[in-house]
Design a protein around this ligand. Structure first.
Ligand SMILES: Nc1ncnc2c1ncn2[C@@H]1O[C@H](COP(=O)(O)OP(=O)(O)OP(=O)(O)O)[C@@H](O)[C@H]1O
Ligand SMILES: [Mg+2]
Length: 475
């Protein structure tokens, strides 16, 4: 019940191998690719930022050198126009610079670029900072020049900056040159994964097709070519199941044929007897014919009951059993008593031996009675008049039926339990089903049954060994 519900729930939710494989392959793949792309993009960006920063650093260095040269020659800062043009020339970006003395007075440059207020007091080392000029983002470097002049030590702050156009342009180039192909690779890889999963699961689909196209009459082994080793065991299991079903099918077919044959003979007899009875003119002959009809009808009904019993006791009938704790002594005694009258009519000595203590077993009383009835019926049927039959219960939960009749030859002792098997040459009527029913009932009770020779090497001794149940359970 639980399993059925689970399977149903999984089917409802679309539990599919393909989906699981895709989820476990595609999700990690996409995540790894995305992380990789972002990391590589960041690294590429930081390298390019470093390269442009170095160029900015060189520009600041050039201005510092120009300022030093100017201070040495003229004692004040004047930058040559040609040098300024070279400094300010840039294909993509606007370049700004300012030179201020230690009072903050602008000595050169446009003054638009302000020094980094936060770090100004920290040190005079060169450092980079981000700022804005005319609303545009600017990357700048600030440096301090110290020089000893005639009137003492002085310092000048020099800042150089440039807009971020070429940096952004490079970022765009990285995106189109690296990230875009990477996204294409991700898409391609996803398609390949989906294709691979489809290819990988294809053998299951061929197996499904092979099974769905099969007629219910075809129980031969499945032949699906090129199955991978993972699917092979599944096919082998299906084939072994098919083989088992086939053999059960064959047995059933044989049984139906044997059963039909078994019923056809008495039915033909019944028809012949009826014709004969109808032809009779005088009552005694009619009476005799009717008596014969009754005998044949009785055999027919016996055969039909046995067939029904076999169907009832088929393997798997355990669920229909009505098991209960049963005292084997009392049960066997009562059943034997019912046969005493028949035995006496046949001049047989039917006896019963029991144990002093109760023998409790777990059994279905109706089926167990059928078992014992068949054994006593056989003994009464196959032993000559005057024979001795004993029904015996022993303390180890065995039930025995022993006679001193003709017995069963050793080579037949296993076969007599097969359906429709009878000993050759028997003139006594029978269907050959009684002992088969006995064995099936014994198996339903997890009991064993064997036939051996009786005491002194004469007759037949049928022994049914039951499993004892613990005293606590029995009570
Ligand atoms: N106690 C016995 N002594 C000698 N032979 C026996 C004894 N019990 C069974 N047999 C032999 O075993 C055969 C099988 O017995 P089984 O009870 O299965 O079928 P049956 O008696 O022939 O027919 P039915 O289906 O009506 O019982 C019998 O035909 C008989 O030859
Ligand atoms: Mg019998």
């Amino acid at each position: 019940m639980f399993n059925t519900m689970m399977i149903k729930a999984r089917v409802d939710k679309g539990y599919s191998l393909r989906r699981i494989l895709l989820r476990w392959l595609l999700l990690p793949l996409l995540t790894l690719f995305t992380i990789g792309t972002v990391v590589v993009y960041q690294i590429a960006l930081s390298y390019s930022e470093d390269a442009y920063d170095r160029a900015l650093y060189d520009s600041a260095d050039d201005i510092v050198k120009l300022c030093q040269a100017s201070l040495r020659t003229s004692g004040e800062i004047t930058l040559p126009a040609a040098a300024k043009d070279v400094l300010l020339a840039d294909q993509y970006d606007k370049v700004y610079y300012s030179v201020m003395d230690d009072q903050g007075k602008l000595l050169a440059g446009d003054g638009k670029l302000k020094p980094d207020v936060e770090k100004a007091s920290e040190s005079d080392n060169r450092h980079f900072y981000d700022t804005a000029v005319d609303g545009a983002e600017v990357r700048a470097i600030s440096t301090v020049l110290h020089m000893r002049m005639i009137d003492g030590n002085h310092s000048w702050t020099i800042v150089v900056g440039e807009t971020r156009n070429k940096r952004e342009h490079l970022a765009d180039q990285i995106i189109t040159g690296f990230v875009m192909p990477q996204i294409l690779i991700i898409l391609l890889a996803s398609l390949l994964v989906m294709f691979a999963v489809k290819r990988g699961l294809a053998p299951l689909e061929s197996l499904r097709l092979a099974l769905s196209q099969r007629s219910h009459n075809d129980l031969n082994a499945l032949q699906v070519p090129n199955l991978p080793s993972e699917v092979m065991p599944l096919t082998q299991e299906i084939n072994s199941l098919l083989a088992r079903i086939k053999s059960v099918f064959e047995v059933q077919k044989q049984f139906t044929a044997d059963a039909a044959h078994q019923l056809r003979t008495p039915l033909a007899g019944l028809s012949a007897q009826t014709d004969f009875a109808l032809e009779q003119k005088n009552p005694p002959q009619t009476q005799h014919a009717l008596d014969q009809i009754k005998v044949v009808a009785g055999r027919l009904s016996h055969a039909v009951n046995q067939l029904l019993s076999i169907a009832r006791n088929e393997p798997g009938a355990e669920r229909s059993l009505q098991m209960q704790a049963l005292d084997l002594n009392a049960f066997a005694r009562d059943t034997t008593l019912e046969w005493v009258e028949t035995a006496m009519k046949q001049h047989m000595d039917l006896g019963f031996e029991e144990t002093d203590n109760a023998v409790i077993i777990n059994a279905d009383p109706a089926r167990l009675k059928e078992l014992l009835d068949n054994l006593i019926d056989n003994a009464l049927r196959y032993c000559p008049s005057g024979s001795r039959i004993t029904v015996r219960v022993s303390g180890d939960a065995t039930l025995q039926v022993e006679d001193n009749g003709p017995g069963i030859p050793p080579e037949e002792r296993e076969r007599v339990f097969e359906r429709f098997h009878r000993l050759l040459g028997s003139e006594i009527h029978g269907n050959g089903l009684g002992l088969a029913i006995v064995r099936e009932i014994a198996e339903l009770h997890h009991a064993s049954i064997v036939v051996t020779e009786g005491a002194g090497g004469h007759g037949a001794l049928f022994t049914v060994q039951f499993k004892t149940i613990p005293a606590t359970e029995a009570s």
